[in-house]
Write a protein that binds this ligand. Structure first.
Ligand SMILES: Nc1ncnc2c1ncn2[C@@H]1O[C@H](COP(=O)(O)OP(=O)(O)OP(=O)(O)O)[C@@H](O)[C@H]1O
Ligand SMILES: [Mg+2]
Length: 273
């Protein structure tokens, strides 16, 4: 029997969330409480609803059914104006990094600051940018434009922007995807550092099991709209479910393999026609 989750069980609580797009059911009665100061990693196959899940936390998406709570306050039914205040307390590192290409690193980091605060004093703004860049090991990159940065540097700047307003919570959507193992590990270390030094609550979506084992206090696996596993790294490694073992070992199930072979066949046929 699943434990019933109450709205004050964590800093963020998702209660019985259901979400679908037309007839595609993505989340099917998902309940999760995120404990303050802990790092929770969310894993699951591509398309299973990880991004959809974390978008509910900052109410970029609204649930079909269920409720979202932040500090025991219901937030999924707030209007955009009311949500502004909540969103200043949460940093979001989007899938793909998503810096503004037309803005320098300096302007990128100040974007949320200008949007959400009254700070306009040039000296204060400069200090703020400097401190955030130092935090992610990107000192001195203020005047660079994103086009001149590597993938790993962009992610670090995006992280500096995500912490610009000193959030309590940071949501990371695949922060290490597309990075080589060393640069991926720099991001892992930063996530750990932000948790240790600033007590930040982190929710990290990833496919990268090395990263998951390294940073997670807790790992949650989504599958077919539901939570399949919720526990520490050991619970995942020792899970009896074949889908979990296939996922963490990067194996393809027979069913997926069949579909994959079929799609390759289809390409060949259409290419020769
Ligand atoms: N705005 C939207 N409108 C319609 N369908 C959507 C929308 N956002 C997501 N979906 C669908 O919801 C499902 C889950 O998408 P989601 O982006 O959460 O997957 P994911 O687990 O993050 O995958 P990946 O690992 O590839 O990033 C997919 O079938 C997707 O097509
Ligand atoms: Mg995603």
């Amino acid at each position: 029997m699943e434990k019933k989750i109450e709205s004050n069980d964590g800093v963020i609580v998702l209660k019985n969330i259901a979400k679908g797009f037309s007839r595609n059911v993505v989340l099917d009665d998902v309940s999760l409480a995120f404990e303050k100061g802990k790092t929770t990693v969310i894993i699951g196959p591509s398309g299973c609803g990880k991004t959809v899940l974390i978008k509910h936390i900052i109410v970029l998406l609204r649930p079909g059914k269920g409720e979202v709570y932040f500090h025991n306050q219901r937030i999924d039914n707030l209007d955009e104006k009311e949500l502004e205040n909540v969103r200043t307390k949460m940093g979001f590192l989007f899938q793909g990094g998503a810096l503004f290409d037309s803005m320098s690193v300096y302007e990128n980091i100040l974007f949320p600051v200008k949007q959400h605060t009254e700070i306009r004093d040039r000296k204060k703004l400069n200090e703020l940018v400097k401190a955030k860049l130092a935090m992610v090991g990107m000192d001195g990159f203020e005047d660079y434009y994103p086009a001149k940065l590597s993938g790993g540097q962009k992610k670090r700047v995006a992280l500096a922007r995500a912490i610009a307003l000193n959030p309590e919570v940071i949501l990371y959507d695949e922060p290490t995807t597309g990075l080589d193992p060393i640069r991926a590990d720099v991001i892992n270390e930063l996530i750990i550092k932000l948790q240790k030094e600033l007590g930040i609550t982190s929710i990290v979506v990833t496919h990268d099991m090395n990263s998951a084992y390294k940073i997670a206090d807790r790992i949650v696996m989504l599958h077919n709209g539901k939570i399949l596993i919720d526990g520490d790294a050991g619970a995942i490694k020792n899970s009896p479910f074949p889908v979990v073992q296939q996922f963490i070992n990067g194996q393809v199930s027979e069913k997926d393999l069949k579909a994959l072979r079929q799609s390759i066949e289809d390409i060949k046929i259409s290419d020769t026609q």
